[in-house]
Design a protein around this ligand. Sequence first.
Ligand code: ASP
Length: 335
Amino acid sequence: MKRICIIYTGGTIGMERGENGYEPGKEPFANIMAGISDFVSPELPEYDVIEFSPLLDSSDVTVSEWNLIGRTISERIDDYDGFVVLHGTDTMAYTASALSFILQNLSKPVIVTGSQIPLCEIRSDGKDNILASMMIAASGKVFEVCIFFAGKLIRGNRAIKMSADSLIAFDSPNYPHLADAGIGIRYRDSILMKKPDIPFEMKALMEEPIGVIKVFPGIQVDLFEPIITRKLRGVVLETFGAGNVPGYCKELSSIIEKAYENGNIVVVCSQCPTGTVSLGTYAASSPLKKAGAVSGKNMTTEAAVAKLYYLLSCGYPKEKVKELMEKDLCGELDE
Ligand code: ASP
């Protein structure tokens, strides 16, 4: 009999309506599950539920919760066939991205899921999301961190939250789904991560000073100069299209150069959900390239943020951080 571990961290899936809006419910999640007949079906793997305290709206999840989820899995990695992490949807793509760097050489599935409607409410999408996640976690086919949501299995570090209110809340616009759950679960074996032949390892992340700056028409980059050049160690610059910035931002090149001198890596991502950054394709991006900004290629902002935390936490020299940022480490980008 397969056995999986369900780690409940919070999020809408276990929430109830309170005075100020949805908040974590009081009833232990294991009791809620035990009261739903599908969760005692013999077709499901056996499971244990670990409940975090406090339970969080995922807006409150930080590096320390990512590490806590990582540790919770790492300490039990040999005891279970797979793991399901129940998490709020708002920052789920960040957490899944971070876990893909924290949990290295995974030989067990880690499936992150949640819901848009609480489990205790009519029409909740939570039950189906958990049931399919449990079956995938026990399938023995997946060796990576994924998000399962609304019938789709998505690589964690390729996922983005697409909708604040649709039940189809996640997608990976720059990467095919790893599996689709219809009447059966159809896996795309050719694009799933292969089982690693090196031992599992956990790499905790550190709370590095990282920023995300979204370029917009009329941006006055000089206003950001002090934080980019002095305060931060990593910046994700969300640019237009293939990595373009306004030509009037003449100071940007010297800001990026000075930032790098001071040990800050500027990574260029795109505001477009599909396609890739290609520095130098347009004159509007070549100053970034000349100044030494790193191409985030087709990484999501979520993955770029997690990867910056990871590479900076490894303590690598800035040249190495810059080099690895453009390399595919765990399926997060196409080189
Ligand atoms: N605010 C909630 C959270 O991210 C939303 C959700 O779970 O759907 O925790």
